[in-house]
Write a protein that binds this ligand. Sequence first.
Ligand SMILES: Cc1cc2nc3c(=O)[nH]c(=O)nc-3n(C[C@H](O)[C@H](O)[C@H](O)COP(=O)(O)OP(=O)(O)OC[C@H]3O[C@@H](n4cnc5c(N)ncnc54)[C@H](O)[C@@H]3O)c2cc1C
Length: 372
Amino acid sequence: MILSCNLDYGEKSLYEFVVIGSGITGLSTSIKLRSYNYNVLLVGVKESASIYSAGIMTLQLESLRDILLVKESIKILKEIIEDAELEEAGIVSRGFISIEDSREAVESAELLRKADVKFKQFDVREASEIWSQLNFNEGEVITFTEDDVLVEPNSFINFLIRHAEERGVEIRVDKVERIEFDRGCRLVLGSSEKISSDIVILCMGAWTKDFLSKIDIMIPTTILRCPAFRFKVEDSIPPFADEVYESYWRPGINKTVVGGGYHAEIVNDSRMFFGEPLKRFRSGAEKLLRLRIKGRVEFVEGWSGPCSVTPDLEPIIDSLPRYENIYFIDGLRGYGLMRGLALGYLLADIASGKKSIDSVEDYRLSRFFKLF
Ligand SMILES: Cc1cc2nc3c(=O)[nH]c(=O)nc-3n(C[C@H](O)[C@H](O)[C@H](O)COP(=O)(O)OP(=O)(O)OC[C@H]3O[C@@H](n4cnc5c(N)ncnc54)[C@H](O)[C@@H]3O)c2cc1C
C-alpha cells in the first residue's frame, strides 16, 4: 500500500512544503522552494552537524562530481550573500592550498582542469616564500585555488537562517516526533501540535536512519562521530589540507586555527553524536598540526559531531519507498557543508517536480537494494 501526504479530502493542508531539519540541507532546500513562492515551513532542532563542522568549503576534492557540487554551492552562496559583509555571513577567509606528493598533484591538476577551476601549482621553494609560516618537505607540490570559502559554521548557519526568514520561510524550532498518515499526512511536533503538509522533505542528517527505521525503512548509512579542534597559533595561516600526513586546517577567529586529522569513531546511539573527542584524536591532531606550522601551538577546544556515510560514499536523494510526496536526503559524510547548498537546491527542484527524480538516478536509494 502507498501512503500519501496528498489530502484529496476537500481539506487544504496548512503548508505546501514542510522541511524537517535546519542544518545546511534543510536551509538550502527551504530557501530554494521559497524562491518559487511556495508556502514553506522549516521545523528543526538547533543542534546539527552543520553547526559543529570545521567550516571548510574547498574545491580541492578527489572526485569531479564533488568539485562541481562545491563550485555550484559557492555560486549559490555568492547569490545569497549579495551585498552583505563577508563577516556577517561568517566567512573568515577565501582560497585554499593542498600539500601533496608529486603523483597526487598531477591527478589533482587534471581534476581541477576538468572542472574548469582556476588553480596554480608551486614547488617547495616557491611555496616557502609565499607561505613562510608553513613547513614543506622536498618533492611536495602545493596547489592553490582561490574561490574556496572558509566559515565559522555557527555564524554561517545563523546567517542562512536569517536569510531564509527574510525570504519568507517560516521557521519553527521544534522536534518532529513522527508523521501520522490519516487523511493526508501530519507531522506531530514535540509540542504535540499537528501540522499538515502536501509535501514533506526530511533533511535530518545522521538522525534520518533512526527516524526511518521506525516506519520500517532501512537505509545503509553508518554514523561516524568526527572530531574538530581549535588551537591558538602565533601567525595567521592560509587554509590548507595536508594530504601527505592527512590533516586539514583553516584560520579561525582570534588567531586560532580550526581543523583536525581524518579521525572518526562509529556511534550507534544519537545520544553519543556530540561531545568531547577522544584524547588520542586530540593529541594526533596536535602532532599533525605541529608538523606543518612554525611557532607555538596551544590547545583551545575540541568538539565532535555526527557524519552520516553511505557504503559508496555518495549522498542519497530520493522519495521514500511506499510513501508518496515524502522526500529525503542523507549521507553527506564529512563533505556536507561544502556540497549542501547545491544538493539542497537539487532536492527542492525534484520535490517540486521541476526536475525528474530520474535525473538523480545515481543518488537514489534503490542503488543499495541488493544489499538488503
Ligand atoms: C566535526 C565535524 C567537522 C566537519 N567539517 C566539515 C567541513 O569542514 N566541511 C564540510 O563540508 N563538512 C564538514 N562536516 C560534515 C558536515 O557537517 C555534514 O556533512 C553536514 O553538516 C550535514 O548536513 P545535514 O543538513 O545533512 O545534517 P545536519 O546539519 O546534521 O542537520 C540535520 C538537522 O535535522 C535536525 N533533526 C533531526 N531529527 C529531527 C527531528 N525529529 N525533528 C526536528 N529536527 C530534527 C537535527 O537536529 C539537525 O539540526 C563536518 C562534520 C563534523 C561532525
